[in-house]
Design a protein around this ligand. Sequence first.
Ligand code: SAH
Ligand code: DHB
Ligand code: MG
Length: 231
Amino acid sequence: MPNHPFPDNPKEVWSAVDQYIQQTLIPSDSVLQAALDDSHAADLPAISVSATQGKLLQLLAQTQSARRILEIGALGGYSTIHLARALPTGGQVVTLELEPKHAKVAMANIARAGLSGAVSLRLGPALESLAQLRAEGVEPFDMVFLDADKPGYPHYLTAFLPLCRPGTLILADNVIRDGDVVDGESGDPNVQGVREFLRLLGSDPRISSTAVQTVGSKGYDGFSLSRVLNL
Ligand code: SAH
Ligand code: DHB
Ligand code: MG
């Protein structure tokens, strides 16, 4: 194992390497930094995706040629900006957010990024917004990023699958939870929520899935990735 400066503290190593990746591969970006700064100033929780994860979302959306993206859980719009930047002209991110205060910060951050025309934020409980979208018969989404309350994940999956098409890419954040995801006896409703979500993914023959464990500035967690095969 090569020498590195923090041999005894894995979390420091993960953060240092995350920073190194960011500095080496990702141009610094004042609009994204301002979105984080203003989220912090407004006392929003510091739970946005990291810069390296946000860039992953953007690259995946581009790889998917996504024109319509559904995000569940906007917070201050940090991940939303990454996703919206991947859109072709005329594309749209529909992002769902429960908290008016979060939505207000998100809208300001999205406006500063010059992306107001590419993002439509729906305020309210995501299950209600998803029912609305179904009732409106909107065009199917090419990509879904699920990042709201974890106990809701199984319900959101059921509610947004009708808004997908064969080939839709589904990503869900925070499904590893420091490894606690393997504890079937866990009393943590977040763990039980992601476990039921992953169980539904794995038992649905219409969906092809995996999950990737991640370490970095946000600690030890991971994403699930799924492709809708047919509906
Ligand atoms: N995707 C964001 C972080 C989202 S944090 C980013 O990476 O930048 C989770 C968000 O989900 C919070 O803003 C929270 O208010 C929102 N949320 C929680 N429960 C919700 C619900 N029932 N409907 C919609 N949004 C919800
Ligand atoms: C929490 C939520 C998230 O979406 C995340 O990425 C990290 C933490 C939380 O609710 O604590
Ligand atoms: Mg998250």
